[in-house]
Design a protein around this ligand. Structure first.
Ligand code: IFM
Length: 449
């Protein structure tokens, strides 16, 4: 048995729009994901988060599932449009009261609430004013952070400002796969959105510290370790360029307080709209970094590629891939942690998301057996344990996700949960991986395979 340190935190993660449903209940305003998912052609089979897992109504049942699992922490996000339906004010008391009840019920069950303020569901009214392209949004976000942390800051001990700024910027403003669905190929919008997300982060951090002084403050980043497709000089150079763009561009503003100088000139007039003082705010020290790890990137040099990086992604023929077509590569977690620790020295790290989509189906007796997810989790936890044994300061692990849920533009076609959700009845069925994770938590360790 590979033991984790005493006090290691075992958690599960989710986000508001992916599970809550109840999009018109108790005064919630419209979010960009309501608008986007209701636009024909934007999501698989036209799926929306209108009902999702109905968690808004069933949260107590879901917390019972968490308690039975032995969960010590639950990471969820707050829906900004429930709190400030008009983006700025007035405050919607019924929305705040929901999260109050959620936090209280978690605490009563002995489960520590870890809160993310933004997991992609911007109030639509703010998008109508330019959304993340409008610099003023940073102050709106700081105000929202103030309202939420004044109310919950006595019980919430871990706050994250944003989940995956890379996705907000790239998928929201470059590829258009996610809300608000812009496709600006000059990159100017993605860079502006990223910069304003980070500015909002920088302005919210001191607010959270003031309102919730006993808490730890951080951010969730999705950083992929990058590997060359071959050992050729051209591919190694391509992997370096790609890494500078991915980790460098999307993570270093918060981890180092600077955009990488070698990437900045690539964008010319599409560079982020920096103003004096921004980077000091953005780069202020954090208490923890949340890393969302699923897979790695393998890249090759491609002089014909239309983008300035001149690279292409490569499939590894010998590897196994998940239902998202993401390579299963547990060793990447070790490489990522080693790199983050060496380059950026964060005080504390959480694996804030890790898991896989698999095509789960109940058997004739209604049980859901998911051995490939068990193997995935087992292999990643084994690597994680080894990294911790080498003194990398990982304090906790959050499986993505407790429940199957709305996987953004993929709708309900991808199942990430350790609990199966039958969307016609809302019945929850713990999968084999739920039992596996229960054993891991109980033992505070994982068997070596
Ligand atoms: O479901 C998403 C989550 O919202 C953000 N991180 C990746 C997950 C799986 O795609």
């Amino acid at each position: 048995m590979l033991q984790f340190p005493p006090g290691f935190v075992w958690g599960a993660a989710a986000s508001a729009y992916q599970i809550e449903g109840a999009v018109k209940t108790d005064g919630r305003g419209e979010s960009i994901w309501d608008r986007f998912s209701h636009t024909p052609g934007k999501t698989f089979n036209g799926a929306t988060g209108d009902v999702a897992c109905d968690h808004y109504r069933r949260f107590a049942e879901d917390i019972r599932l968490m308690a039975e699992l032995g969960l010590q922490a639950y990471r969820f996000s707050i829906a900004w449009p429930r709190i400030l339906p008009d983006g700025k004010g007035p405050i919607n008391e019924r929305g705040l009261a929901f999260y109050d009840r959620l936090v209280d019920t978690l605490c009563q069950a002995g489960i520590d609430p870890h809160v993310a303020l933004y997991h992609w569901d911007l109030p639509q009214v703010l998008d109508d004013e330019g959304g993340w392209l409008n610099r003023e949004i940073a102050d709106r976000f700081a105000h929202y952070a103030d309202v939420v942390s004044r109310r919950l800051g006595d019980r919430v001990k871990h706050w994250a400002t944003f989940n995956e700024p890379l996705c907000i910027a790239l998928l929201g403003y470059f590829t258009g796969e996610q809300a608000p669905g812009h496709r600006d190929q000059t990159f100017a919008e993605a860079n502006a959105a990223l910069h304003h997300v980070y500015l909002a982060h920088g302005k919210a951090v001191p607010v959270l510290r003031a309102n919730s002084p006993a808490s730890k403050i951080g951010i969730m980043l999705n950083i992929y370790p990058v590997y060359p497709a071959t050992d050729s000089e051209a591919d190694r150079a391509a992997a370096f360029r790609f890494e500078r763009f991915h980790t460098g561009w999307f993570a270093e503003p918060v981890l180092k307080g600077a955009y990488p100088a070698e990437v900045f000139p690539l964008f010319g007039p599409a560079a982020p709209p920096l103003q004096p003082g921004d980077m000091e705010l953005i780069g202020a020290p954090l208490d923890f970094v949340g890393l969302n790890y699923y897979s790695r990137m393998v890249v090759a040099d491609d002089p014909t590629a239309p983008d300035p990086l001149k690279t292409k992604m490569v499939h590894v023929a010998s590897s196994e891939y998940t239902d998202m077509d993401w390579e299963i590569y547990p060793a990447g977690l070790r490489d990522l942690l080693t790199m983050i620790d060496r380059e950026y020295h964060p005080q504390e790290i959480y694996i804030a998301e890790n898991g896989c989509a698999m095509p789960d189906v109940p058997d004739s007796q209604g049980r859901v057996h998911d051995p490939r997810r068990v193997a995935y989790l087992q292999a990643h936890l084994q690597v994680l344990q080894q990294a911790i044994a080498q003194d990398i300061p990982v304090k906790g692990y959050f499986v993505w996700s407790l429940l199957d849920n709305f996987e953004w533009s993929f709708g309900y076609s991808k199942r990430f949960g350790i609990v199966y959700v039958d969307y016609t009845t809302q019945r929850r069925i713990p999968k084999t991986s739920y039992r596996f994770y229960q054993d891991v938590i109980r033992a505070n360790g994982v068997a070596e395979v």
